[in-house]
Unconditional design. Structure first.
Length: 308
């Protein structure tokens, strides 16, 4: 500890005093006891340090005097309202205290200027952060919407696939029961079901049954002997079952089915041996069977059979 004290005492020269603001700290009472003693031992024989102490002390006294005069003038202004800020500044300049006033003004204005600059910088950073947040929010919403659309499409495809499986299973059951059906034999049904193409038909609107321009197309396969015609229905609790009749353009009956019922997806799937149809135009009429009124017309479909 004594070695450190001797070392600091030897270093108590003008360079050390200026670098560590010893004079200012001495006047403000912020030096330790040992540092205060060493500095007093130094400036007793140093005219330069004594002048520095006087200058600092005068400067502080001037600042105190200005603050006191400002307080007096402010109280007078608040009481009488006759002395303005500009008058006080002019009075201080006439008193030849402009340098001290300039220093005081600088000491007050500098922190305010720094605060204003920091505030502007903070506002710019906040605006940039809000813009970045908005962009990320927009990207997240787009990604979330894309995910929802993909999930919806997957559910739709799964529902369609399930509908087709249920329709084909129902028609396979119907094929085994109908002895006069033009369907393939039951022992070959599984092979046909796995390879059968499905043709959904659209309804003829406005009662137009012009077979010269059929609404639908059916392509007759060469290899597969089974084709499926799909009819989408509107649920009607009054209808107990359906009747389907297929005829040619000339009115020749091709096939008639009675007691047909839709599956859980409100669709009717009709399975046929592809040899039943020849290239040409056909008319399919769908009727509903009720307990009270009997047979009612439901829809009309037209299609053209083509070979591959």
């Amino acid at each position: 500890m004594r070695t450190s004290w001797l070392r600091q005492r030897l270093l108590m020269d003008h360079s050390y005093i200026e670098d560590h603001l010893i004079a200012d700290r001495y006047l403000s009472g912020r030096l330790s006891t040992e540092a205060q003693i060493r500095f007093e031992e130094h400036f007793v024989d140093c005219a330069e340090c004594l002048d520095r102490l006087r200058t600092i002390d005068d400067f502080r006294a001037g600042l105190c005097a200005i603050a006191e005069e400002e307080a007096v003038l402010l109280r007078a202004y608040l009481r009488g309202g006759q002395v303005g800020v500009l008058a006080r500044v002019a009075w201080l300049i006439r008193k030849r205290q402009a340098p001290l006033l300039a220093v005081l003004t600088l000491l007050i204005a500098l922190p305010m200027t720094l605060m204003i600059l920091e505030w502007k910088s903070a506002r710019r950073d906040l605006a940039q952060a809000e813009q970045t947040s908005s962009e990320w929010r927009r990207k997240y919403e787009e990604s979330e919407q894309a995910t929802l659309d993909l999930a919806k499409e997957m559910r739709t495809r799964e529902r369609e696939s399930s509908l087709q499986r249920e329709q084909l299973a129902a028609q396979l059951k119907l094929m085994r029961k109908a002895s006069d059906s033009p369907f393939p034999p039951s022992n070959e049904a599984a092979e046909y079901i796995s390879e059968a193409p499905v043709f959904p038909l659209s309804v003829v609107r406005g009662g137009n049954q012009d077979l010269s321009l059929p609404v639908n197309r059916i392509t007759l396969p060469h290899q597969s002997k089974l084709i499926v015609i799909l009819l989408e229905l509107e649920p009607d609790p009054d209808l107990q079952s359906y009747r389907v009749a297929i005829s040619t353009t000339e009115g020749r009956s091709i096939w008639t089915g009675n007691g047909l019922k839709p599956n859980s997806k409100s669709a009717l799937a009709l399975s046929f041996n592809s040899k039943l149809f020849k290239p040409g135009d056909y008319l399919l009429t769908l009727e509903g069977l009720t307990a009270q009124e009997g047979r009612v017309s439901v829809a009309t479909y037209t299609f053209r059979a083509l070979t591959q």
